[in-house]
Design a protein around this ligand. Structure first.
Ligand code: DC
Length: 212
């Protein structure tokens, strides 16, 4: 069962890459950010406080696959709440089994702690990043594409805040696994980022197969 773990910063291109890689290697794909976004949506609908770990944990315990495909999960507002609910240890614990069960059959998982916490034994680990200015440009284009009225300056400020929270929380902060392969997508087209990832994955899988 091949497991590809993809971690990286917000709007680094990891989601697009993960989707394409899953298709290429015929593996199921899980965007783990959607789990935290689904928790955020429940909290928002309840009018609860994202800092209330009990309310967030209860929401996390009730997440099911059919909740993950709601278009509203993609919004900037839900993403900001998601990064707040994701700091709670008990929320992360409640979502652990869902992710590990998914990975048990092989797959491509993308998030912040896949290579470090969820699947430390993954066959291949990638860490995707890009310059903050470029990530802000991409995110701005994405949000305005959904019809959100937001300036690039605001997106840049929110991105810096999100980067800081994801990297500095106590529980499973975003960090580069020691055995991860880095891809900086600044200035790379989607096609070139994909080609770079395939080259790495093929080489790692080939090296593993020849050791057996
Ligand atoms: O990748 P995303 O923007 O959809 O993720 C939303 C938030 O969820 C992100 O700010 C941090 C959190 N998250 C996490 O803590 N661990 C993951 N594996 C995925 C997302």
């Amino acid at each position: 069962m091949t497991v590809v773990a993809i971690d990286g910063t917000f709007s680094s291109g990891k989601g697009t890459l993960a989707k394409q890689l899953a298709k290429h290697y015929q593996l199921p794909h899980l965007d783990t950010g959607k789990l935290y976004r689904a928790v955020a949506k429940i909290i928002q609908d309840q009018g609860a406080d994202p800092d209330d770990s009990e309310a967030c944990t209860q929401a996390a315990q009730n997440i099911t696959a059919d909740m993950l495909d709601e278009p509203v999960l993609k919004s900037g507002g839900i993403g900001a709440i998601a990064s707040r609910v994701a700091v709670h240890k008990s929320v992360r614990a409640a979502l652990l089994d869902y992710q590990r069960d998914f990975a048990a059959n092989g797959g491509v998982l993308d998030g912040r702690d896949i290579g470090t916490v969820i699947c430390p034994e993954a066959d291949v680990k990638l860490y995707i990043d890009a310059e903050p200015e470029e990530r802000a440009r991409r995110r701005h284009a994405e949000l305005t594409g959904y019809g959100e009225d937001i300036s690039i300056e605001t997106v840049f400020e929110q991105l810096k805040e999100r980067d800081h929270r994801d990297a500095n929380r106590t529980e499973a902060p975003l960090k580069i696994a020691s055995d991860a392969h880095l891809i900086d997508t600044t200035g790379l087209s989607i096609e070139r980022a994909f080609a770079a990832a395939v080259k790495i994955i093929d080489a790692v899988l080939e090296a593993k197969a020849s050791k057996k």
